[in-house]
Design a protein around this ligand. Structure first.
Ligand code: KG4
Ligand code: ZN
Length: 333
């Protein structure tokens, strides 16, 4: 089955053609980072307008690159939520109209479930049951995944998402947007142990997160020590990143032990952080737990993961009707 997948929940307009749920024939991503960069974050109204401009050329390119004809497409799927409403509407309605015009099945995909599916598009893959972390600019969620369509939410952030904390700390240090890759790069030169930023673990047994205390602590440190040089910024980047990695790793390993899982899969923009993957892998190894991360191009938002998730929905007849709409927030399943 050849599926056209479309993603437009935030600041990437993406389209992909995926065969039989796992074979990526094409995956096109038009990012808006350059536009949002000067505002230090995503501006929803600008994002919607840019999705409108990009959607047709991006879908055209995905079809062309996959070297298929329009008639070869068997189903159309698109992100239904969570995300920015105006942005979601563009991709979802485009996909819905495309499917309607060609009399094809159409499914609306949960963006967070799709991030977990990016693990099934990569090699090696985690085996059920496993613990999944979706960690991005908008989410820090831990799930117990027992099958291709059963995701139990175990914990989530009570304030900032981990990626958001990276972005905000980068902004405080005047480093630009998005902050994650810049902080990871700067952090490499310094010993993280030099500044002891707080690790918020919340109540015993909780799998929730809170990153606002860490963020305030970094802000206070910058203010009190009048941080200005690149060297000083690199030290903060390193110690801040270590605090985030420590908390994420601890909770993931606790969750795996709690559910007797031997596999942990991470996904979402922050899973592109090589230092995170390396340190989590080391910590988990000593507990005999294996860690899986998507290939680099599947960590951030993309449409291949949407097509992969949508494929199983179409197969199971979980289709959307014309009157179905997008949603901005939801719990997974
Ligand atoms: O999944 P994503 O592309 O978009 C959504 O938010 O859904 O994730 C973007 C987030 C941003 O907050 C960005 O700073 C963070 O992922 N990020 C990283 C890295 N690359 C991207 N955070 C830490 N280290 C990275 N290398
Ligand atoms: Zn995402």
């Amino acid at each position: 089955m050849i599926v056209l997948g479309i993603e437009s929940s935030c600041d990437e307009t993406a389209a992909a053609i995926v065969k039989d749920g796992t074979n990526i024939l094409s995956s096109i991503i038009a990012t808006q980072i350059d536009v949002h960069h000067k505002y230090g974050g995503v501006v929803p109204e600008l994002a919607s307008r840019m999705h409108i401009e990009a959607i047709t050329p991006v879908v055209d390119e995905a079809i062309k690159k996959a070297n298929i004809r329009l008639e070869d497409i068997d189903a159309v799927v698109a992100t239904r939520g969570p995300g920015l409403i105006g942005a979601l509407l563009v991709g979802f309605n485009f996909a819905k109209s495309f499917a309607w015009a060609r009399r094809l099945p159409f499914a609306g995909v949960n963006h967070l479930e799709a991030h977990i599916y990016s693990l099934f598009l990569s090699d090696p893959k985690p085996k059920f049951p496993f613990i999944a972390l979706v960690v991005s600019g908008g989410h820090t969620n831990i799930y117990h995944v027992t099958s291709y369509d059963h995701f139990e939410l175990m914990g989530q952030t009570r304030d900032d998402a981990a990626g958001e904390a990276f972005d905000k700390v980068a902004k405080m240090l005047g480093l630009g947007y998005p902050g994650g890759p810049i902080i990871e790069c700067l952090a490499k030169t310094k010993n993280p142990a030099n500044i002891a930023f707080p690790r918020t673990l919340l109540e015993k047994g909780s799998f929730d997160f809170s990153f606002s205390g860490l963020k305030s602590s970094v802000a206070r440190y910058i203010h009190d020590n009048q941080i200005a040089t690149k060297d000083e910024k690199a030290q903060i980047a390193s110690s801040f990143q270590e605090a985030v990695i420590d908390v994420l790793s601890k909770k993931l390993i606790f969750a795996a032990q709690d559910k007797s899982c031997r596999h942990i899969g991470i996904s979402g923009g922050v899973s592109a952080n090589k230092t995170f993957v390396k340190k989590l892998t080391q910590k988990a190894k000593s507990e005999k737990i294996e860690v899986f991360a998507p290939h680099a191009e599947l960590c951030g938002d993309n449409a291949a993961m949407i097509a992969a998730r949508g494929y199983t929905m179409v197969q199971q007849g979980q289709l959307c009707l014309l009157e179905h709409d997008v949603f901005s927030r939801t719990k997974i399943n």
